[in-house]
Write a protein that binds this ligand. Structure first.
Ligand SMILES: C[S@@+](CC[C@H](N)C(=O)[O-])C[C@H]1O[C@@H](n2cnc3c(N)ncnc32)[C@H](O)[C@@H]1O
Length: 275
C-alpha cells in the first residue's frame, strides 16, 4: 500500500471551503478579478481569431465578453431543458455585436434563452422569432416579432448585407441554407449540426447537416446508424435532401468550443457565409 504521506488527499494543494451556500449563484467557477481578466482576455483572443478567420469585422473587445456573462445571469430561460447551450449563446451575442445586422431571424425559440441573448446583444436590429409553439416562452417582449409558423412559409427578407439567421429548430440544415439564400441572408448559424460521431446525442439532428456536406464525403445511398436513448436510428443520404446547399456556401466554420474558458456547455453548430 502507498505510504499515506504520498496519497492525493495528503498532498493535494486544494483547500476545502466547506459546504455550498444554497443561495450562491451557480457559476461554474470564480476567480480573483485580475486572473479573470487575463483568462477572459485569452477567450477574447479565441473570439477575435474566429471572427478574423471567418471574414467578419473584428470589432469586439473584452467588454463584450464580460457583457455576455452579465446577460446570462439575467436570462430567465438560461440553462433550462433543451435550451441553447451557454457557449453558443455566447457566440450569438458576439456575432451580433461584430456583424451589427439590421434584421435577425431565430427559428426554434422554445423558452427563449438564445433569443434573450440575441436581443440583449443589441437593441437596434428588428428580430423575428419563429416557432410552431410559443406556449413555452419564459419571457415575452414587444421588441420582438413572434411568428408562430415555419419561417419557410414567411416572407421575411434580409435588408442589409450583415443580416443574420440562427436556426435551432432541428430542421434539415440544407433546407434552411436554401431558404436563407432565397431571402437574401448571408450570415447564418446552424445548430444541431453533428458529424457522424456526434449523432448519438440526437434524436432529431438537422440532417443532412453542414458538417456532413462541407467535405463532400456523403454519396447517395450512404447510411449511418446510431443509438439514442436505447432506440436504433438510421439516416440514408440522398443528394435531393441537400437542396443544392453546398453550391450556395461561400465558406463555413465550426463554432469553436470554448468550455475551457467559460465552463459552460458547447454545441454542434456552424457559422455559414453564403455567396
Ligand atoms: C432545442 S429547442 C430551441 C431552444 C431555444 N433556442 C432556446 O434557447 O430556448 C427547438 C425548438 O424548435 C421548435 N421547432 C420545431 N420545428 C420547428 C419549425 N419548423 N419551425 C420553428 N421552430 C420549430 C420546437 O417547437 C422547439 O421549441
Amino acid at each position: 500500500m502507498a505510504p499515506a504521506q504520498f496519497d492525493m488527499s495528503s498532498t493535494s494543494l486544494v483547500e476545502s471551503l466547506g459546504p455550498v451556500d444554497a443561495d450562491a449563484a451557480a457559476e461554474p467557477y470564480q476567480a480573483t478579478p485580475a486572473l479573470m481578466l487575463r483568462h477572459l482576455d485569452e477567450l477574447l483572443g479565441v473570439v477575435r481569431g474566429f471572427l478574423s478567420d471567418a471574414g467578419i469585422p473584428v470589432n469586439v473587445g473584452v467588454g463584450d465578453v464580460y457583457a455576455y456573462f452579465e446577460v446570462k445571469r439575467r436570462n430567465p430561460a438560461y440553462g433550462q431543458n433543451w435550451t441553447t447551450p451557454g457557449n453558443l449563446s455566447f457566440w450569438l451575442f458576439q456575432l451580433v455585436r461584430a456583424l451589427q445586422p439590421q434584421v435577425i431571424v431565430e427559428s426554434g425559440v422554445l423558452r427563449g434563452s438564445s433569443l434573450f441573448s440575441l436581443r440583449c446583444a443589441s437593441p437596434t436590429p428588428k428580430i423575428y422569432a419563429f416557432d410552431l409553439d410559443f406556449s413555452n416562452l419564459a419571457f415575452r417582449t414587444d421588441t420582438i416579432d413572434y411568428r408562430e409558423h415555419d419561417w419557410g412559409t414567411d416572407d421575411v427578407r434580409a435588408v442589409s448585407p450583415t443580416d443574420f439567421c440562427y436556426f435551432n429548430d432541428h430542421i434539415n440544415n440544407c433546407l434552411r441554407i436554401r431558404q436563407c439564400y432565397d431571402r437574401g441572408f448571408k450570415h447564418l448559424v446552424l445548430d444541431d449540426s453533428p458529424n457522424l460521431g456526434e449523432l448519438q446525442a440526437y434524436r432529431y439532428p438537422a440532417i443532412p447537416t453542414v458538417s456532413m456536406i462541407a467535405g463532400d464525403k456523403l454519396k447517395d445511398g450512404d447510411a449511418v446508424e446510431w443509438i439514442w436513448q436505447g432506440e436504433r436510428l438510421r439516416y440514408t443520404f440522398s443528394t435531393e435532401h441537400t437542396f443544392g446547399a453546398k453550391a450556395l456556401i461561400d465558406h463555413c466554420h465550426p463554432i469553436p468550443r470554448i468550455h475551457p474558458w467559460t465552463g459552460l456547455p458547447d454545441s454542434h453548430a456552424y457559422y455559414v457565409k453564403l455567396k
